[in-house]
Ligand binder design. Structure first.
Ligand code: MG
Length: 323
């Protein structure tokens, strides 16, 4: 880090005349920082994860993942964690403009799904409600994007979450999925159908939905509602306070919680299917999955493979070619 650049960043705040540096960090870094400064925490102001004091500066870590270093030598701490910003914060290009900037600190329902990219196994959608006063506990538990966690962590965290927060999860088994594809639906219209169903169910459980319902966006808002409107079953369409947000798990912990519960249900379902079949069922859609699928096809037949796979995936043709 160039020293001139640091000097240029220094701004005078209040009458303290102390240099201030700001960095944006990932959820993972924020949690690592929390651990690192655990013994130096002096306060937990509103909207922050902690405020700590070292011999170099005061560190204020916001739940929005912005961290402010202020004091004699803030760069000595700031540079451990990231590059201080040269411009005013520009958040990731995500469609959060309609949400308040402090959304991470408010009560919200989050919705996410898993299994859509896995050739074998179901699709699971989940929506979960996290109250404002639970956010900090969940962050401390290590609730983050399920893609960053391994299966055993997922199972462990999901068990904890299920005790703490209301949620609704739907598992769509492969035979039903394949039937929906045969009827002309695609992966996105199936997801829209399932999310809508899960949100209506959660609304019924909660009595009323919070001011913010955040769906991890897989298709744009217009298309999402188009899919629902053209469903032959003409379902009720959930719309209240629904926001479509890319990378939602980074925007609110409720989305990350939903993805963890969904992933745990997916893992459990896969284990159950593998035990029933007496064969391993790898996740994903890569070459290992093709080999496992070819074994299933050879030993158990096409109908069995079809009943546990997303049959329209290109993997099905590869399996037949490999025989
Ligand atoms: Mg998602």
């Amino acid at each position: 880090m160039n020293f001139d650049k640091i000097i240029a960043l220094i701004k005078i705040e209040g009458d303290q005349m102390s240099p201030t540096l700001t960095i944006s960090v990932s959820q993972q870094t924020l949690e690592a920082m929390y651990k690192h400064y655990a013994t130096q925490i002096v306060n937990v102001p509103a909207h922050t994860m902690f405020q700590a004091k070292t011999s170099h500066c005061t560190i204020t870590a916001y739940l929005s993942k912005k961290v402010v270093f202020q004091g004699k030598a803030p760069e000595l701490e700031a540079n451990k964690w990231g590059t201080p910003q040269t411009k005013p914060t520009t958040t990731k290009k995500v469609a959060t403009s309609k949400l308040p900037s402090h959304i991470a600190t408010l009560s919200a329902v989050g919705a996410d799904e898993v299994g859509t990219g896995d050739y074998l196994g179901p699709i699971v959608v989940c929506c979960a409600y996290v109250r404002q006063d639970q956010i900090e506990t969940l962050l401390h538990l290590g609730i983050k994007d399920s893609k960053q966690l391994n299966d055993s962590n997922i199972t462990h965290l999901a068990a904890k979450l299920k005790k703490e927060i209301p949620f609704h999860c739907i598992i769509l088994p492969n035979d039903k999925y394949n039937l929906m594809v045969d009827k002309g639906m695609n992966a996105n219209s199936i997801k829209a159908f399932l999310h809508n169903k899960a949100m209506l169910a959660l609304e019924e459980k909660l009595g009323t939905m919070p001011e913010y319902v955040i769906l991890d966006e897989f298709v744009n808002e217009r298309k999402y509602y188009d899919y629902l409107k053209t469903l032959p079953s003409k379902p009720n369409i959930y719309t209240k306070n629904l926001f479509f947000v890319q990378k939602g798990e980074g925007v609110h912990v409720a989305v990350a919680a939903a993805s963890i519960i969904a992933r745990a249900a997916f893992v459990e379902y896969m284990d159950m299917m593998a035990a029933k079949l007496g064969m391993p069922l790898p996740k994903g859609a890569g070459p290992g999955v093709d080999r496992a699928a070819a074994d299933i096809y050879r030993l158990k037949g096409e109908t069995t493979l079809q009943s546990i796979s997303k049959w329209h995936f290109a993997n099905s043709n590869k399996v037949k070619r490999h025989l």
